[in-house]
Design a binder for this molecule. Structure first.
Ligand SMILES: O=C(O)CC1=CCC(=O)O1
Length: 94
């Protein structure tokens, strides 16, 4: 199943800088491992915002929830998930 996910990051300004840097580094490693696995095939920065648009390719809602709730930055994010279905006019879908 494909999902479009918007992640808006709001790290508190008073968070210890070392904890902030370590959390962001863990976020990058976690994300890149999922990208390599094929479960997170796209991630795009939203211009001018500390936000991204991502596409996830996972088995079901439960797998997506597990992935998103495991994000190191999850406590500092607002996340909006949109499930995607095939468009009948999509020439790639046949
Ligand atoms: O910076 C972001 O948009 C949050 C994020 C998600 C995966 C990652 O590496 O950073």
């Amino acid at each position: 199943m494909l999902f479009h996910v918007r992640m808006d990051v709001e790290i508190p300004h008073d968070l210890d800088p070392d904890i902030r840097a370590e959390t962001v580094a863990r976020e990058k490693a976690y994300s890149q491992e999922l990208q390599r696995s094929g479960k997170w095939p796209h991630i795009w920065r939203i211009v001018g915002e500390y936000s991204n648009f991502s596409i996830f390719d996972v088995a079901d809602n439960d797998e997506l929830h597990a992935i998103l709730s495991g994000l190191p930055l999850f406590p500092y994010m607002n996340i909006k998930v949109t499930p995607l279905a095939t468009h009948p006019s999509d020439i790639a879908a046949g």
